[in-house]
Design a protein around this ligand. Structure first.
Ligand code: PRP
Length: 185
């Protein structure tokens, strides 16, 4: 039997954050962001592809005027370890000079992706750039940077679900869990 027959959950060793736990925390982040960005009409930028469930849930909880845009970058390819090479696959649809930009990530791991994005966006003269990430894997960090809004500290394990993938799969799990080692070994 495989995932198609037994369900995606059969490849998960341990659930780290349930659907309800995520929903509650995302609601808290949205409230904090709405408070901090009142009257600033932020541009909320999702970093594809992993951001898509978080973006959808987060912006619907932020009850102030805002705009949404997306970037797509690739740093991991098909590997489970960051290559450190970041490529912009899709850039923003608009200029950001004078804008308050909030980058939304599913996870900050080494920080290489975010370091590249922050440096890149700063050259475009925004009023501010802050980061919201659902997961913060601080143990894996090689870059010195911190996200302003963090959902959860994440153990240094290979996690999937709620946007996070392994080889393109598991993004549609409604919770976040640790993959069984036999799945990727
Ligand atoms: C993941 C994640 C972050 C990045 C974090 O993206 O969404 O963008 O890795 O890792 P880092 O801190 O070590 O740079 P990935 O390149 O896997 O693309 P995806 O969002 O399409 O899965």
């Amino acid at each position: 039997m495989n995932d198609a027959e037994r369900g995606l959950g059969s490849s998960i060793r341990e659930v780290l954050f349930t659907q309800q736990t995520i929903a509650t925390r995302v609601g808290e982040l949205a409230s904090a962001i709405a408070h901090d960005y009142k009257r600033r009409k932020p541009l909320v930028v999702g970093v594809l592809s992993g951001c898509f469930p978080l973006m959808a849930d987060l912006v619907r909880g932020i009850d102030i005027p805002l705009e949404v845009d997306f970037m797509a970058v690739s740093s991991y390819g098909g590997n489970t370890v960051s290559s450190g090479v970041v490529r912009i696959l899709k850039d923003l649809n608009q200029a950001i000079d004078g804008r308050d930009v909030l980058l939304v990530e599913d996870i900050v791991d080494t920080g290489l992706t975010l370091r590249y994005l922050l440096d890149n966006l700063q050259t475009r003269r925004p009023a501010s750039v802050e980061v919201c990430t659902l997961l913060d894997k601080q143990e894996a960090r090689t870059e010195r940077l911190d996200a302003r809004y963090v959902g959860f500290r994440c153990p240094n394990e290979f996690v999937v679900g709620y946007g996070l993938d392994y080889a393109g799969l598991y993004r549609n799990l409604p919770y976040i869990g640790v993959l069984k080692p036999e799945v990727y070994s």
